[in-house]
Design a protein around this ligand. Structure first.
Ligand SMILES: *Cc1c(COP(=O)(O)O)cnc(C)c1O
Length: 375
């Protein structure tokens, strides 16, 4: 049996450790993408495994209206980690749910319905988050989605200024687009988004599901632009791959939040995994490490592959390599002939999202494999 929605790769996986995944036949693969930014501290990190197992033995589940130590600790940790005064925490089970909550809170806190989103943005697959996602292929067969969403060209501050008005509940965007092709936004653009939303009392929602938790070289990508949004969403690597999403909001959004809930919100086992993951990210300064290692990786790709690629972009360990041929064929070649796993971001971009514990030697191995497949 296989999934009827995913096209599966012909590599059944058996185990993982640090930067590597091992297939059932014993072959080791260097993971620069197979885990979609979901294992920031590496596969099966011993601290995360220990915290998770201990919590499972003590208490597997209790509903969120009864405080449980692991969940309470996670609320505090995320509240501290949130940028600026974005320090009220809602926990759910995935990225799309974190955005779903962000959109709901923006609507209830403002009493308005209009949402503004960006071209090439990706915010998830449930009906609300999907409505703010750009790609028609994901949306059209499922319409009608929630209404009142206007798209503006990503990076165009003037278009954004025109779209945001006194009817706008919120603007949702990624500070550096992942799925859309690894497209960075300028500091100017993000600051303009901050100014226009504040002017009209709309919530600025930063989807940091892929960019957050140190990946781009700071804990949150918006911090490197000195922009404090009203809402930040996180998921993917936050619990090392166990299902967890978080919506962090400023007081005015929290105060205006209407009824919302989720049975698994802050499940103790998942919360323990998240607490341990965040501890490692902080204690090992993985954001700084991602900034340094990412700069090394991009520099090496540029010098070694110069003429064979069209562009290298990104920040920290979120790197896009625009290639001259179709990305999917190269990815297959990389995986099957060089045991390096990476991701596409559109038809011609290779996306590298390794665990943040990647070292220069891992980058060298990836660059060497890339040189062979692109050359
Ligand atoms: C992955 C992703 C999502 C959706 O997260 P899921 O956990 O798959 O629902 C939303 N936004 C961004 C930027 C993402 O990278």
């Amino acid at each position: 049996m296989s999934s009827f929605v995913f096209s599966e790769k012909p590599i059944p996986m058996a185990s993982g450790e640090g930067m590597y995944l091992s297939a059932e036949d014993g072959t080791e693969y260097l993971d620069f993408g197979a885990s979609y930014a979901c294992v920031p501290v590496g596969h099966s990190h011993p601290d995360v495994v220990e915290a998770t197992v201990e919590q499972a033995e003590d208490l597997f589940y209790v509903q969120a209206s009864y405080p449980a130590a692991a969940r309470t600790a996670l609320y505090e940790q995320l509240s501290e980690l949130g940028p600026g005064d974005v320090d009220n925490v809602w926990l759910c089970n995935s990225g799309t749910e974190a955005n779903e909550a962000a959109l709901k809170f923006a609507r209830s806190a403002t009493g308005r319905s209009k949402l503004v989103a960006t071209t090439r943005g990706f915010h998830g697959r449930t009906m609300g988050a999907l409505a703010t996602t750009w790609k028609d292929e994901y949306k059209a067969p499922y319409e009608p989605l929630i209404g009142d969403v206007e798209f503006v060209p990503y990076g165009d501050a003037e278009a954004l200024a025109e779209a945001v008005d006194d009817e706008t509940a919120g603007v949702i965007m990624e500070p550096l687009q992942g799925e859309g092709g690894i497209n960075p936004a300028s500091t100017e653009y993000l600051r303009a988004a901050r100014v226009h939303t504040a002017q009209h009392g709309a919530a600025l929602i930063m989807d940091e599901i892929q960019t957050g938790l140190g990946r781009t070289g700071t804990m949150w990508a918006c911090e490197s632009h000195d922009v404090v949004p009203d809402v930040v969403t996180s998921a993917k690597g936050i619990a090392s791959g166990l299902p967890l999403g978080a919506t962090l909001v400023r007081d005015w959004v929290a105060d205006g939040a209407a009824s919302h809930g989720s049975t698994f919100s802050g499940n103790p086992v998942v919360s323990a995994a998240a607490g341990a993951t965040l501890d490692v990210i902080e204690s090992e300064s993985l954001a700084d490490h991602a900034a340094e290692t990412g700069a090394y990786l991009r520099e090496r790709i540029e010098t070694e592959l110069g003429d064979d690629v069209r562009d290298v972009r990104g920040a920290g360990l979120m790197v896009g390599v625009e290639v001259k041929r179709g990305a999917n064929r190269l990815l297959r070649d990389l995986a099957l002939n060089h045991q390096v796993l990476a991701l596409p971001a559109g038809r011609t971009v290779l996306r590298l999202l390794p665990p943040l514990v990647a070292e220069e030697e891992h980058c060298d191995a990836v660059v060497e494999a890339l040189a062979e497949v692109t050359g």
